[in-house]
Ligand binder design. Structure first.
Ligand code: ZN
Length: 480
């Protein structure tokens, strides 16, 4: 069996992955708060943990992996958006407005992440459907002395959990000195964080032993992970920005509520995303959503491929130059895979290339996997069996499995446009050469075409261009 090694943020080293139960490998990843379109940075953990999900399914079997990613559909930003709608005159109830907004946002999220080739997780719990489990967990924490109720709130007593801060390597006193902790009169200690808070009539709320209220964000993940994966499971993932305080708080809640379980064994964090070398922000004007990019005409496969090219533990820079380069590569690959009627025949019988699996198994070393994929393509161009394996591998990576035909069509259009343009140039050059008897321009265009993988036939009847399997339209860019 392929050995998987993963960098564990908790132990700060790469470890051989050994699932608690190989017949049910369990992974939890923190999902989105659903009040708006996902921005490009939100897509990075989705793509990262999608690759890990695919790898685990490949190694342990498709039915042997449970991947849970939640939707946070109770949150102050969601409430604020709904309240703004009401203030603007919308007559519907707050609950109705919130439900409409969260349903719509979940639909967008699915559309956008599907476009990036991400498989749907096994379970996608909505926080509002697990309020009972959250209340039960909070009651257990109070009973054990790890939490206390005060003025309609319930707070987690951070100093009751000695290991608090271990994941991010901080001491409680450092955190108080450095963090913007909310001081409130009902807190025993400024570090204590909210498990439950009261809701007035203008906010969504649920009945609880502490009055009508709503859960804090951190308890949502602890409760849903426990309900769906148990007190101990294999992998917990998310962006590095969630490591503190969100993940520290999840660990504190879960390990105090279920000390026998130990919660997640491996913690994985992806680094952040920048755009053209700068932090993405609305004020810098470089903030965009996944949908913005799709609407600009970037295929989801291209966005995904750009993301795969940077190791998940390194900051990633989105640039248009990278996207163009990724598009050229995918264009070349997809054309090779859809030419000669190969698509429906032998190409379905390939095996995922083991060298690529080996690279990904080493803490998701996708840059190395992609280098190996490029090398594999060089031999695949000449060999149908190798091309079938290549196709199986790009499918595995989520670069082609979803809609290779529509992608090929999209990419083929670009190639066809380039070919049409080249053809008109060649025809014009030939007419000119007939008069001048100087064929140097014809020869130049011909050699560019041949170099780009185009077969050129010139007869008395005209010019015929036929792209070959290794056609690279980007090589025609220089023809003007
Ligand atoms: Zn979480």
């Amino acid at each position: 069996m392929t050995e998987i090694r993963l960098y564990n943020s908790r132990t700060r080293r790469k470890e051989t992955f050994e699932p608690l139960d190989p017949a049910n490998v369990r992974m939890y990843v923190c999902g989105p708060t659903v009040y708006d379109r996902a921005h490009l940075g939100n897509a990075r953990p989705v793509v990262t943990f999608d690759v890990l999900f695919r790898l685990l399914r490949h190694v342990y079997g498709e039915g042997a992996v449970t991947y849970v990613r939640n939707f946070t559909d109770v949150d102050d930003k969601i409430n604020a958006a709904a309240q703004a709608r009401r203030a603007a005159g919308d007559p519907r109830s707050l609950e109705g407005l919130i439900r409409e907004r969260t349903d719509e946002t979940i639909g967008w999220y699915h559309d956008d992440m599907d476009a990036l080739g991400a498989l749907r997780p096994t379970r996608e719990p909505r926080a509002t459907e697990w309020i009972g489990a959250m209340i039960a967990m909070i009651e257990g924490l109070i009973a054990k002395g790890h939490a206390y109720a005060a003025e309609g709130h319930v707070l987690f007593r951070v100093r009751s959990y000695a290991a608090y801060g271990a994941l991010s390597g901080r001491s409680v006193d450092d955190m108080i000195a450095g963090a913007r902790v909310e001081v409130a009169p009902f807190k025993e200690d400024p570090m204590d964080f909210v498990l439950w808070k009261p809701s007035d009539d203008e906010l969504p709320g649920w009945d609880s032993p502490w009055g009508r209220g709503r859960p804090g964000w951190h308890i949502e993940c602890s409760a849903m992970a426990h309900e769906l994966l148990g007190a101990s499971f294999d992998i917990h993932g998310g962006g590095i920005d969630l490591q503190f305080p969100h993940h520290e708080n999840e660990i504190a809640q879960s390990c105090c509520a279920h000390p026998e379980g130990g919660f997640a064994r491996v913690w994985m964090h992806n680094e952040m995303l920048q755009v053209e070398g700068r932090k993405m922000s609305k004020s810098l004007g470089n903030f965009f959503t996944v949908r913005d990019l799709l609407d600009q005409g970037w295929p989801g496969e291209v966005i995904r491929f750009v993301m795969l090219q940077t190791h998940y533990r390194k900051p990633m820079d989105w640039t248009e130059a990278k996207a163009r380069e990724a598009e050229r590569t995918l264009m070349r690959w997809t054309r090779a895979m859809t030419s000669d009627g190969l698509l429906n025949k032998r190409l379905n019988k390939g095996h995922v290339i083991q060298e690529v699996i080996d690279a990904i198994s080493d803490d998701l070393n996708l840059p190395l996997a992609i280098t190996r994929l490029h090398a594999a393509f060089d031999s695949a161009k000449r060999d149908d069996d190798a091309l079938a394996d290549f196709r199986a591998t790009t499918d595995f990576l989520g670069l082609t499995d979803r809609n290779i035909l529509s992608a090929a069509r999209k990419f083929a259009d670009i190639g066809d446009l380039a070919l049409d343009h080249a053809k008109s140039l060649l025809v014009a050059a030939r007419e000119q050469a007939m008069k001048s008897k100087d064929f140097s321009e014809v020869d130049r265009i011909k050699s560019v075409l041949i170099d780009a993988g185009v077969e050129v036939r010139m007869t008395r009847l005209g010019v015929e261009l036929q792209s070959k399997r290794d056609f690279d339209p980007s090589k025609l860019d220089g023809l003007t």
